[in-house]
Design a protein around this ligand. Structure first.
Ligand code: 2NL
Length: 338
């Protein structure tokens, strides 16, 4: 007859068998093996209690009853667990159709900016960035726009405090680069700029600019024309023609505006180009000697050209967007189209 130690050893075996039962049927077989009325392994031990010698009987009885209770309890727990799984069903329904991934898209301004940067990158221009909150010197004085200059009037607005304002063009970044580097420099500065313009379909008081600057000994207006014409054909397409028209900017001399043949009518004249056949896309010119002096460059030693264009405007032209405000409303039904 088994002693107390053997009874205890059976416990581990019984519990492991219960836990391994994969379904209700297997669990019932385990129950019968251990607690079956006639020949269950624990039932047999219970029936044997009276025949144990009196000195060991109490301890043996206690051990067998404890084993019976533990096994009965574990059977119940396993039964409940199997039942729960049956009711829930499998964790994954492999017959369901897959969920469509919500793929994001680049904002048209981001797309246009990256494309522009890629094009001028091939021509050796490096991307530089700077602060949107500027001081008056970098925004105006360094760019040959002294305090009483009339060019300040349409720009002089978003002051945070005395002599500190939101930049009105990203030339400020290029001024900072020239202050900190010796020539040659060949950089483009993309970024947000702020102007006191009344908002309508064509204007926003916040927009994006890409400015470019190439300063080196011997840079000429011919370099300006070839770089900007190549840019226009790379950005708008190889059939685009360019035209330069004299203009004025305080920071360049001479200055020009570059026009491209109308993207819609190819020059024949249509509402988009106001029947002129041409669309203005940027301003440019040879860097004014006063700007070089302001940043500590010798205007007798180097020359350079610079240009500035509205990224939003180019994106609108390229992707056929007719209202600049759409670019800033973040309506996903609009943005998803690009
Ligand atoms: C326009 C025209 C322009 C520049 C920007 C520039 C920068 C430095 C020196 C000289 Cl550091 N010029 N930038 C030159 C000509 C035109 O922008 O229509 N902007 C919206």
């Amino acid at each position: 007859m088994a002693g107390v130690a053997e009874v205890s050893a059976l416990r581990a075996e019984a519990l492991a068998r219960i836990d391994a039962a994969a379904d209700a049927q297997a669990l019932d077989a385990v129950r019968i093996e251990w607690l079956g009325r006639k020949a269950g392994r624990i039932t047999v031990l219970l029936k044997a209690i009276p025949s144990v010698p009196p000195g060991e009987r109490a301890a043996f009885g206690q051990a067998v009853n404890a084993l019976k209770a533990a096994v009965a309890e574990r059977l119940e727990a396993r039964k409940a667990a199997l039942e729960a799984v049956r009711q829930e069903g499998p964790a994954v329904d492999v017959t369901l159709p897959g969920r469509r991934l919500a793929l994001g898209k680049l904002h048209p301004i981001t797309r246009a900016t990256r494309e522009m940067i890629e094009i001028v990158g091939r021509l050796g221009f490096e991307v530089v960035e700077g602060p949107e909150v500027e001081d008056e010197w970098h925004n105006f004085v360094g760019l040959n726009i002294p305090p009483d200059h009339p060019a300040r009037d349409p720009l002089d607005n978003y002051y945070l405090k005395d002599q500190v304002l939101l930049r009105t063009q990203t030339s400020t970044v290029q001024v900072r680069i020239m202050e900190n580097r010796k020539p040659p420099v060949r950089v483009v500065a993309p970024g947000r700029v702020y102007r006191p313009d009344t908002v309508d379909a064509g204007h926003s008081n916040m927009f994006h600019q890409l400015e470019g600057l190439w300063v080196e000994q011997g840079v000429t207006f011919a370099d300006l024309k070839s770089v900007l014409s190549m840019f226009a054909r790379a950005f708008f397409g190889p059939a685009v023609r360019t035209r330069f028209q004299p203009s004025y900017f305080p920071f360049t001399e001479p200055s020009a505006e570059m026009y491209v043949s109308c993207l819609l009518c190819a020059g024949a004249g249509c509402p988009m180009c106001k029947r002129t056949g041409w669309i203005e896309i940027l301003g440019c010119g040879m860097v004014d000697p006063n700007v070089f002096e302001a940043v500590g460059y010798d205007p007798e030693a180097v020359t350079g050209f610079a240009f500035g264009m509205g990224i939003d405007r180019q994106a609108m032209l390229k992707y056929g967007i007719t209202d600049i405000r759409l670019l800033f409303e973040n309506n996903v039904r609009f943005l998803r189209q690009f």
